[in-house]
Design a protein around this ligand. Structure first.
Ligand code: AMP
Ligand code: GLY
Length: 423
């Protein structure tokens, strides 16, 4: 079959790398893609939210399956767009329909879903500009730190955690009254702070059945020791060493099963990945958030550990026969370290020439914000490349990633040297 992947990050390069290994994939396209996907697929320079342009590409290239990388097109309803169009309604789309994508598109919707289905999560209330006084009063009932979340999509920046009540009240006003995150913060969820260590759980579902993929832990802060500003993710490890069998069983029974059942009960059509952000509070898992896609850079460690043909899994999702397949996992650990542009996640320069990728043999280099320019590869984003390695232990894998990074160069390169420090 012919397959189109939507997106341009390390996650999408990893999807392309994995799908390119399948004998079931005839032609592979990525829109818009990057320098990494250009080597194994055909890049098409269109935006992931330009549905009409995507439709044209699908028809012209006889595409049978569209794999949606980022959340934006899902929340905007790309799956429904396909289903509602006679000419492309039989194309398999991997990603939930709009109603279900609200699990990521609206924090309030997600919290209501968790409560309705008794899925353990932090206590919360939500507020808008007309109920801001009640919001202040609710903050008074909580202990610090205070967690404020813009309801809508805010490019990963919509969660603010503050230590002082006055700061929290001022932030609530900025979000609700001064539109700090635009329409995304016209509603704000305030929730109880959960103390614990985080991990990510990934589930594939066809809407009826589910399969759990390996866990991963990502490192979101720019600075070593988890300090400084939040980023899209600076590195990841899979599996998560502290997630033992007992804990994983709790996640499956208390979170995954009620989530999949809840989707069915609420008539939320879902064919794709559910990314569940979890925090381990004592010995118990609580859910922090749903994302309706794979994580980035978690994909760069989860997919390399998946032995199955990914196209088989996607076909089973499309025709709701996921129950007929078994997931096979590589026992080895995988780690990835993200190379970023100096200055990121604040202002940074682009267009820096990247050298050394051809010298790397023992690691896999997944390109993210990198593009081909003439005979060179240049930086085009904040997160530039993810260097993934396998090892018997995560420490061994990390050592390999760090050794190989030494061979890669671009001006003002930056990366965290302490991935896994807390494990
Ligand atoms: P999110 O965008 O929902 O993933 O939130 C960003 C980050 O904020 C998470 O990865 C957590 O580190 C933190 N966070 C979110 N909600 C809570 C909470 N209720 N308690 C503690 N930390 C939280
Ligand atoms: N690495 C976190 C995310 O993809 O949202």
């Amino acid at each position: 079959m012919n397959i189109l992947i939507l997106g341009s990050g390390g996650r999408e390069h990893t999807f392309a790398w994995k799908i390119a290994q399948s004998s079931k994939c005839k032609k592979l396209f990525v829109a818009p893609g990057n320098s990494g996907t250009a080597k194994i697929a055909k890049n098409i320079p269109i935006s992931v939210t330009n549905f009409e342009a995507i439709k044209t590409v699908v028809i012209e290239n006889d595409i049978d399956m569209v794999v949606v990388g980022p959340e934006d097109p899902l929340v905007k309803g790309i799956h429904d767009f396909f289903l509602n169009d006679e000419t492309i309604k039989n194309v398999a789309v991997i990603g939930p329909q709009k109603a279900a994508a609200q699990l990521e598109g609206s924090k309030e919707f997600a919290k209501e879903f968790m409560y309705r289905h008794n899925i353990p999560t932090a206590a919360y209330k939500s507020f808008n500009a007309t109920t801001i006084e009640a919001g202040y009063a609710f903050l008074e009932t909580l202990k610090p730190p205070y967690v404020l979340k813009a309801d809508g999509l805010a490019a990963g920046k919509g969660v603010v955690i503050l230590n002082h009540i006055e700061e929290a009240k001022a932030e609530l006003k900025k979000m609700l009254v001064d539109s700090k995150f635009g329409a995304a913060s016209s509603k704000v969820v305030i929730e109880e702070f959960l103390e614990g260590i985080e991990l990510s759980c990934f589930v594939l579902t066809d809407g009826k059945h589910y399969k759990i993929l390996p866990t991963a832990k990502d490192y979101k802060r720019i600075g070593e020791g988890d300090t400084g500003l939040n980023t899209g993710g600076m590195g990841a490890i899979s599996p998560v060493p502290f997630a033992n069998e007992t804990f994983l069983n709790k996640i499956e029974e208390r979170i995954v099963k009620p989530t999949i059942k809840g989707l069915q009960k609420d008539n939320l059509p879902y064919k794709g990945f559910v990314f569940i952000g979890i925090i381990k509070v004592g010995d118990d898992p609580k859910i922090i958030e749903y994302n309706v896609r794979m994580g980035d850079p978690e994909t760069e460690v989860v997919l390399p550990r998946l032995k199955n043909d990914l196209v088989d899994l996607f076909k089973a999702i499309a025709n709701q026969s996921l129950n007929t397949l078994e997931i096979e996992i590589d026992e080895r650990a995988a780690t990835t370290v993200m190379l970023v542009s100096g200055g990121y996640p604040e202002a940074y320069e682009k267009g820096k020439i990247i050298t050394g990728t051809e010298k790397i043999k023992e690691s896999i280099v997944f390109h993210a914000g990198a593009q081909i320019k003439g005979d060179t590869i240049v930086t085009s984003g904040g997160r530039v490349m993810a260097v993934t390695s396998y090892g018997t232990t995560y420490k061994e894998a990390l050592k390999k990633s760090y050794q190989n990074i030494e061979k890669l160069h671009f001006d003002k390169i930056n990366y965290r040297k302490d991935i896994g420090f807390d494990l």
